[in-house]
Design a protein. Structure first.
Length: 408
């Protein structure tokens, strides 16, 4: 029994050390990082870069070719981004590349779209609010019911009485039957909030992979099937509801394609971008009436792509590594064979996960093994071999608890 509790204590200690030691090392060697903001400038046909230095000095303004700018010059080469400053200075142009512009038009056409894997890698409450999209009121209002999908079809539930709204349910089920929607719903995207200018309801794909637009218009169901190109399989749907109303949503497919679903004709337009996989990749889009800048972030690299706002074809691209490995990172790889984490920026789940396996740690593990064998007082050959194997595989995580109880 004593041996069992010793093994249990060693196992718990190994798990705790695999979590704490890498965290303590990163905390002790933490250093401020420079932050970089990159966006395409059509005025210079290049990427404009703002470097915020880690030592908190004034930011440095430059472009990809290496030219430096003053802050006022930088405002001028990005009129769509810094239009309010230019307007205040009296420097906002009346036309840009043949387009008449003013502050209201620029503000209307500008948008920012952000996606992180944690937005979709999580469990969702499968209860949805359906706002009225054509209300007589100026402001949007939240409904007093929610809808869900059951084996029988869509179902509306009164939140105050916790009862099914049978008449409304029957009305909307007819629309789903008429469009031959096949359950269960595979993907669904909406933005049920009143903090927006208009509501487009939801976009969803059914069990057969067909895409639909679903909303409520003056109490009646609006359900429209959207034809897709043959063999296109939807991976994720991102409703947009941008102020300019040029697009309904963004879509991604299982092969890494990224698409814009245009309004009002529901035409699908592919964005020329490196393969994008929402479950693991980050994506930020800075859009204006002339061009979009797309920042595709992966584990070790970042890709910047500028596309034309109308054709969505590539103008310029640039890729860079996220961070060059320094001496502290190199030493980390030699000290720890792996690390134990319970959370991840890639999802919202709390669960044990082993990351950052390192083959370089075998050298330090062998050094710890030799040290352990040299000072160990164990006479039991089996236990000695088991302890040695644990240290060879688990390194310092097993070495510390085994040294503490080496007299056992």
């Amino acid at each position: 029994m004593l041996r069992f509790f010793q093994l249990l204590l060693i196992g718990i200690s190994i798990a705790l050390l695999a979590y704490l030691l890498p965290w303590l090392y990163r905390f002790a060697t933490l250093s401020p990082e420079a932050k970089t903001f990159v966006v395409y400038s059509r005025m210079i046909d290049d990427f404009a870069i703002v470097n915020h230095n880690a030592d908190k000095k004034l930011p440095k303004y430059s472009d990809l070719s290496g030219r430096s700018y003053t802050q006022a010059e930088f405002d001028s080469i990005l009129p769509m981004l810094y239009y309010r400053q230019l307007l205040s200075d009296g420097r906002l142009p009346d036309t840009l590349f043949g387009h008449a512009v003013n502050s209201k038009l620029i503000a209307k056409e500008n948008f920012v779209f952000r996606h992180a894997p944690a937005h979709i890698n999580r469990r969702n409450c499968e209860l949805y609010f359906l706002l009225e999209s054509a209300s007589s009121r100026v402001d949007l209002q939240m409904p007093d019911d929610v809808f869900r999908f059951t084996k029988e079809g869509i179902e509306f539930v009164d939140m105050t009485q916790n009862k099914v709204k049978r008449e409304k349910t029957a009305l909307f089920r007819k629309a789903f039957t008429r469009e031959n929607v096949r359950l269960p719903i595979s993907k669904i995207s909406g933005n049920p909030t009143v903090r927006k200018d208009y509501d487009e309801g939801y976009f969803f794909s059914d069990a057969s992979g067909r895409l639909f637009h679903f909303k409520q218009v003056q109490g009646q169901p609006y359900l429209r099937h959207i034809p897709l190109p043959e063999r296109l399989q939807i991976a994720e749907i991102f409703i947009t509801e941008f102020l300019g109303r040029h697009h309904f949503a963004f879509l991604s497919d299982t092969e890494g394609g990224f698409y814009a679903l245009k309004a009002p004709d529901y035409s699908l337009q592919r964005v020329e971008l490196n393969p994008f996989f929402p479950q693991s990749d980050e994506l930020v889009v800075f859009g204006n009436m002339l061009d979009w800048t797309l920042r595709l972030g992966r584990r070790d690299s970042i890709y910047y792509t500028a596309v034309d706002a109308q054709s969505l074809s590539t103008i310029r691209t640039w890729g860079q590594l996220r961070k060059q490995a320094d001496c502290t990172e190199s030493l980390y790889a030699y000290l720890f064979p792996f690390e134990l984490n319970f959370t991840s920026p890639k999802d919202k789940y709390f669960q044990p996960r082993i990351n950052n396996f390192s083959c370089q740690a075998i050298f330090f593990n062998l050094l710890l093994l030799i040290t352990f064998l040299g000072i160990s007082k164990r006479r039991n050959t089996t236990l000695l071999m088991a302890s040695g194997l644990a240290i060879a595989c688990l390194g310092i995580f097993a070495f510390i608890p085994l040294i503490i109880i080496r007299k056992g």
